[in-house]
Design a protein around this ligand. Sequence first.
Ligand code: SF4
Length: 358
Amino acid sequence: MKYIDEFRNHDLVATLTEAIVRRSKKPVRIMEVCGGHTLAIRKYGIQQLLPEHIELLSGPGCPVCVTPRISIDRAIALSRLPGVIITTYGDLIRVPGSRSSLNQERAQGADVRIVYSTLDALDIARTNPQKKVIFLGIGFETTTPSSAVAILEAERQRISNFFLLSMHKVMPPAMGALIDQGIRIDGYIGPGHVSAVAGADMYHALVEKHGIAVVIAGFEPVDLLQSIYMLVCMNEEGRHGVEIQYKRVVTPRGNTKACEMVNHVFDSCDESWRGLGMINGSGLSLKEQYSRMDASLQFDVQVEPLPEPAGCICGEVLRGMKKPAECRLFGKTCTPANPIGACMVSGEGACQAYYQFR
Ligand code: SF4
């Protein structure tokens, strides 16, 4: 409790808010690219503490949200194959595909199982040797190491019926792509968990290329306000660079063992993001030596790209161009109980965070 009190301390919050107001003269647009930050900013009313000329934007930080519709359709097509068990983290099964969702497929008899770890998926493969078990790998640098572990363990234990559909993504190319696409962003609140794994150094190329400020933040109100203060100072002084506010967790090099494992198992590839399109070098595919476990190569399913549902503006929300409440479906036909678009599915999706704390 002492730990939590320290980072939710009212006096500290008031002091930081005053410091931001005093220091900030120029308009500034700050984007968070972590679903956990989106949720915390809404939950603690951080935007409401700031002067009007400091605008907080939600970016492509929720793994479920940025997984494009065609990837969901591919997972659904895989779930319809005979003898296949789909294993996945919970939120993904509720994401609408073009005509169905994994949840609906499960209701109609497909074997779709929620797991809490990739090793659970591996256990399912071990205990169902007559089936083909596919794990749907989504997420950023935070979840990729656990997919790498599953691949290495499957090989070590000679489990031949385990497959990975890698939809994993890496964050810095998407942060750069948003700037290339003309979105005005003066600074990024850097993702805390992603950076804990991959290290703060991974943003250096991005900040040098785009002259942008990145401050890696924790998830409590004091963390977020201190990070915003640091970004405001950098903006006022015309500085760019990478700074770490979340020093109790994030280091420059991150978890080197996890990074080594990821580099051992995956190659960089181009990847499609919902709302952002194809981004060079933003994905991870299994290296050739693990191709026998690569579901994208071992299963032949054809899916064609179909448009987002009429009225859904998830793509613009994920690029920080529009706020969820600007969607005409928000809170009407689209709610957490009945999500029309991916951003309303997960608690870390911008639309659900705005809905829960509206
Ligand atoms: S409110 Fe629903 S339909 Fe609208 S952008 Fe968000 S997820 Fe899409």
